[in-house]
Design a protein around this ligand. Structure first.
Ligand code: ZN
Length: 110
C-alpha cells in the first residue's frame, strides 16, 4: 500500500507546480502530471486518473523521483528572466533539454 501522507504531500506539490506553471504561463493549459511509470505504480496512481480538477496522471519517460507539469504550450520560448539567466550560466557546460509542451522535471516526495 502506498503511504497516504506521502500521496497527500505529492498532491500538494503537484497542485503547487500546476499553479506556478499557470502563473508563469497564463496562455498555457496544464492538463496533467507526468510521472515515471515506476513512480505511478509506487504511488498507487492510474494512467488517466484525475488527481486535481482537470489534471490527470500520465506515465512519462522520466527519471524516477521526478514529475513534470504537462501542458499544451511551448516552453522553449516561455522562459522567465531567472530561467534564462540560469540557462546562460550553465550553457558552457550543458544545455538543458526542453521538450515542447512540457516543463523540466521536478523532484517529489519519496
Ligand atoms: Zn506550459
Amino acid at each position: 500500500m502506498a503511504d497516504t501522507s506521502k500521496i497527500a504531500k505529492n498532491l500538494e506539490r503537484f497542485a503547487q507546480a500546476v499553479a506556478a506553471h499557470d502563473r508563469e504561463n497564463p496562455t498555457h493549459n496544464a492538463y496533467g502530471i507526468g510521472l515515471a511509470h515506476f513512480d505511478m505504480e509506487r504511488l498507487g496512481l492510474e494512467e488517466g486518473e484525475e488527481i486535481l480538477p482537470g489534471i490527470t496522471i500520465h506515465a512519462d519517460g522520466g527519471v524516477t523521483g521526478n514529475f513534470r507539469v504537462l501542458c499544451d504550450g511551448q516552453h522553449e520560448e516561455g522562459l522567465t528572466e531567472a530561467e534564462e539567466e540560469a540557462v546562460e550560466v550553465i550553457a558552457t557546460q550543458s544545455l538543458p533539454v526542453v521538450s515542447p509542451g512540457v516543463r523540466p522535471f521536478e523532484p517529489f516526495e519519496r
